[in-house]
Design a protein around this ligand. Sequence first.
Ligand code: 3HC
Length: 333
Amino acid sequence: MGEGLLDEVAQAEAEMIAAAATAVERHDDSQAYFDAVIAADQKVEPRDWMPDDYRKGLIRQIAQHAHSEIIGMQPEGNWITRAPSLKRKAILMAKVQDEAGHGLYLYAAAETLGVTREELVDALISGRQKYSSIFNYPTLSWADVGAIGWLVDGAAIVNQVPLCRCSYGPYARAMIRICKEESFHQRQGYEILHTLSHGTEAQHRMAQESVDRWWYPSLAMFGPPDTESTHSAASMAWKIKRHSNDELRQRFVDMCVPQAEVLGLTLPDPDLRWNAERGQHDFTQPDFGELMRVVKGDGPCNAQRMDHRRRAHADGAWVRDAAAAYAAKREKQ
Ligand code: 3HC
């Protein structure tokens, strides 16, 4: 072989190595594999390569979801000591504990994306990450426990059942369990309202007044309208979200109308009516200006919810210290 040819081979080899290095750097193969997994409706797992924005988007959504479950314990926790019977109290305690469990499954799912529990908790208590707007409204009567179960947990189910098919494995699997428990939550709320609605006149009034207050904030839980949703397009392309905010809001309204009839309660929307052409109900949208104000911290209970969470976190410092000391001791043994 002549020297010229050897040089050519060496040159070709060097070019091949450089191209492979660039492909690895650009994750060309990995991106193609990731795209194929998404297209085939398979799951992305923690060990798999994923685009940075997919990882960040998931951390954002799962963390906000986890924070919502944890903050969501407060409005109902408010009624544990005043539940009207031992049975109601036991059910409510179980439900509030379930919410804590949901928060923990979700924090664990977010941790698989390379973020620590400490970072997530810090993002909540420092106010850097959001939680659902709905938990910034007060629980003024016992009927609110029923309305939260029926409407808030009902909205959560409509929003979260599609998340069981989310493309990220740990999130999808956490959601399967969460949705089973949410169904029990929704059912217990519905049963509370049914009992009140068919009780005395005063109880019926209390149930109606509560539904009147929770209806629009529950509709707002689904987020801004599609035209203003910043994350929906990317999230749906990655199959994190399967339906848009407006689609789910509509589905929720259509689900609630016949249920309200059975409850004997009225949904507080004079323009709510069946549209035969669309095969769906027409309804009044929630006040999205109010949603954004509440999300930004200006809701009726934002300050109270955050103060409570910060206090509980500080009060729990000794538990975390003790657990860390115990773990360190075990490691030395
Ligand atoms: N409350 C607070 N923030 C909200 C919100 C709401 N109801 N709706 C939207 N937002 C925020 C978004 O987080 C986003 O803010 P960011 O850019 O700072 O993260 C911004 O408004 C724009 O909204 P997008 O539509 O672009 O956001 P998403 O595509 O993420 O859609 C969502 C919002 C539908 C809430 C979606 O994140 C989602 O499905 N999350 C998972 C479910 C969840 O977190 N539910 C919260 C309630 S949990 C619950 O109800 C528990 C139960 O036990 C009762």
